[in-house]
Each structure stands twice: as C-alpha cells, then as structure tokens.
Design a protein around this ligand. Structure first.
Ligand code: MG
Length: 454
C-alpha cells in the first residue's frame, strides 16, 4: 500500500466534499470495506442533517449490504445517539455519516465499534487495507444483506442521559435555558431532554437544516452572539450551543460570558471529582492548566493525550478514567458512554448548578482558576517541519512535554505548544499564561521563530 493511497481516515473519520473530492462510488466501496471488516452481525447507520446525508447514507448502506451485512437505519440522529444506540441496542457496529463542524458542503464517514466508540486507529488501517487491496467481500444473491428502520435510537439515547443525572434536583431549579443547536442534529434530541428536565427553553437556530443558515455548524465564542443576546434579553440561567452533529457543547453564563470547553470541562471535573476524589481525568495536551489546579484540590490525576477525541476516548477506556474533555467543547462522561456527547454534557452542567445552588458565573469563578489562552497557525512547507521542531526545542530550556508536538513551559504558569498538523502543511501554536499581554507576546515570539525556521 503506497502512502499516496494509504490514509483515508483523518483525526475524526473520513472527510470529503461529496461530488467534488469523493463520489458515491467511493462511499459504496468504503461501505463494502467496512462491512467486510465487521465480518458478521447487524450494523446501525445514521447521519447528521447535511443535504448530502441521505444520498451518502443510502450508498453506504448499499455497500454494507453488498458485503453481506444487515443494516438498521436510524435516520438523522446526533452522533452520540448513534454511538449509544450501537452499544445499547446490541449492534455489531455502526456508521455515522457526518462532517461534524465542517462547512455545509463537507460530509464524512465515521465507524463505530460494538462498544459505541470510534474504532481504534489500527482498525481504521484494516478498513483502509481492505479498501485498497480489493479484498472486500461481495455476497452472492443468497447472502446479500437486508435493511430495516431503527426508530428508537434517539429515545434510547435520551433515556440513557436522564438515567445518569439527578433529575429531581434539576427540575426543582426550574432553569431558563437558551439553546442554539445551530440547525444541527441536536435539534432532534436536546430540546426534548431539557423539556424532561423541567427547563423553560428558548431556542434559536433550532430547525434542522443541512445548509446551516443560522450561525454555521461550529460553535465558537465569536459566532454565538445571538445566543448571548437571547440569554441577556430573557434573563436566562445559561445558554448552550452545539456543533453540527451534536457531540460538542459550548456554554455561556447568565451574564452572557461564553466559555471554552476546557473551562466548562474543568468545572464539571471539579463537580464530579468532589464525589469521586482521586479519580483520573483525561484531556489533550492543548487544554488549559486550570484542570491541574482543580485536580490537585481533589487529589485527582490528569492524563494528557494527543489532540483528538478518539485519543481521549481510548485513553479513558484504557486508564479507567472518570471524565474527559477537550477545549473545543467535547466532554466525555464514560459512565454514560466514553465518547463526546453534547446532551450528556448539558445534563451534567445543569445538575452541577442545581446541586451546588449557584449561578453559572459563580460556579465557574468558585472552581476554575482563570488563565488566558490564544492560538494561531503558520503555513509552512512540509519538508521543513522537522527543522522547525528542532528550532523550537533548542529555544526551550525549561520543562518540555512531547505528547503531541512540543509543549514548552516558559515559567510555572506559562506554556507554549507547537504542533504540526497531521493533514495540512501548517504548524499550530497555542499559548497560555496568567495575563492576556503575556500570552500575546509569547505567541508573537513563537510565530516569528517558526516562520524563521521554515
Ligand atoms: Mg462534532
């Protein structure tokens, strides 16, 4: 297998622009390869609300059936609902057609194992090998697969989320919540969850639409102005926004302050660790040091991983960790399922605020020390990446971590992470410090250094 035809899977499944970078033939063929990889049993297929989703889902289903697999079709569902359904409705595996937070022209294929988690990296390579060397099974007329509907994925998922939180405490607080699902797949699930939890719900961008006409499919603070305005106008307790496939959640407090996922994740970690002191929390190397401060207080351990939710999920499973999160708003509560889940995260946040009897802003300032972060990317030529990393290493004389790229500590509370992208000719630079000025000056210095070395 040559490297040019090697990798199909990126950090989060296979991504492409249907009809432009990949066609339906590709999707049928990858369906056959996935079906061959699973060998036997019934596969659950679902999709997010993208306009190309139905065509891709039918093509993928045809490929799975061609390889001899039977298929159950869940239709449009949040990614975590598909994942929960695979595990709890007893499927051999699952496939979700989604491009998560990518622009509307994109779509993709994510493969889920029987445990509900994305298949491991080595298994992705098995699928790729079947695809490339043409060893996919093609069933004869007697053994070709069948397809049927699976209508209970969302109901099962919401019951699962509700079973993990103190519904009485949450309902008694009578939260007013502004929800912005961004026209994504949580439109079909999260509003019903909050209704079951006795919340008064105000929704924006809550009609499923694969063109994402509201604020687009990626929830980042700059794009959540409508949610912030609605929270202020309605005196809501909080706002929550999801990405296109509903596995990430970003929150704002009652004053309209939007938090990155490592701040809200550190708050949830603090709440959960209070009841389970000494447990382990998993987060990528790029998220805030505030979690170390929280963990220290709770006598807990922080395990740092490479950037990417699959690495966080798999590490949580291996190390039997209690909780995990990413700075982009992906939170993982393995008691429910060891994958990112926007609705589970929302339910936990409501429980935290209800049990502590605090406003959101007070809960954050009570638990999570404040640091300032900034990030940027520099375009480089891919041949120079090694030289750039050597230059970064040479510049740093303090503590260094090499989990993913190089994270150099400049003093006790200031770090910079220089990380080459796995898929594009760019180097990403993250920095964190106690003041905004310090962050900006560190970032500027390292951008200059990377540019000089490239
Ligand atoms: Mg997503």
């Amino acid at each position: 297998m040559s490297s040019s035809q090697g990798r199909l899977f990126g950090t989060n499944g296979i991504r492409f622009i249907p009809g432009v970078t990949r066609d339906l033939d590709f999707v049928i063929k990858i369906g056959e390869a996935i079906g061959t990889y699973f060998r036997d049993g019934e596969i659950l297929v679902g999709r997010d609300g993208r306009t190309s989703g139905e065509a891709l889902s039918l093509a993928l289903t045809a490929g799975l059936m061609s390889s001899g697999r039977n298929v159950a079709e869940a239709g449009v569902v949040p990614t975590p609902a598909l994942q929960f359904g695979v595990k709890n409705l007893g499927y051999k595996g699952g496939v979700i057609i989604t491009a998560s937070h990518n622009p509307s022209e994109y779509n993709g294929v994510k493969v889920v194992g029987p445990d509900g988690v994305e298949i491991p990296r080595l298994d992705e390579q098995k699928v790729e090998k079947i695809f490339h060397d043409g060893s996919q099974n093609r069933a004869n007329w007697k053994d070709v697969g069948t397809a049927r509907d699976e209508p209970s994925a969302i109901r099962t998922y919401l019951q699962g989320v509700l079973s993990r939180v103190n519904t009485k405490a949450i309902s008694e607080r009578k939260f007013v919540v502004v929800m912005d699902p961004g026209n994504g797949a949580q439109c079909l699930a999260a509003p019903f969850l909050l209704d079951s939890l006795g919340c008064k719900l105000i929704t924006i961008n809550s009609v499923l639409d694969g063109r994402f006409p509201g604020r687009g499919p990626e929830p980042i603070p700059e794009l959540l102005g409508d949610m912030v305005a609605a929270v202020k106008a309605s005196n809501a307790d909080l706002g929550v926004a999801y990405d296109g496939d509903g596995d990430r959640a970003l929150f704002c407090d009652e004053t309209g302050n939007v938090y990155w996922g490592d701040q809200s994740g550190s708050l949830l970690a603090d709440y959960l660790l209070e009841r389970n002191p000494g447990a382990a929390v998993v987060t990528p190397i790029s998220s805030s040091q505030s979690i170390e401060a929280v963990a220290k207080k709770r006598n807990a351990k922080v395990i740092r991983t490479r950037v990417g939710s699959v690495d966080v999920s798999r590490t949580i499973i291996e190390r039997k960790a209690f909780f995990g999160f990413e700075e982009n708003g992906g939170c993982i509560y393995p008691a429910h399922l060891p994958v990112r889940d926007g609705a589970m995260t929302t339910a936990l946040m409501l429980e935290c605020l209800a049990v502590r009897g605090m406003s959101f802003s007070r809960a954050i300032s009570h638990s999570v020390p404040k640091f300032y972060q900034s990030k940027t990317k520099v375009e480089v030529s891919s041949q120079n990446v090694k030289g750039i990393m050597r230059a970064v290493e040479k510049q740093s004389d303090g503590k260094m971590e090499k989990v993913d790229g190089i994270k150099a500590w400049l003093d006790e509370r200031t770090w910079v992470l220089v990380r080459p992208s796995g898929t594009e000719p760019i180097v990403r630079i993250f920095a964190e410090a106690e003041t905004q000025e310090r962050v900006e000056s560190v970032l500027k210095k390292y951008v200059k250094m990377v540019k000089r070395a490239s």
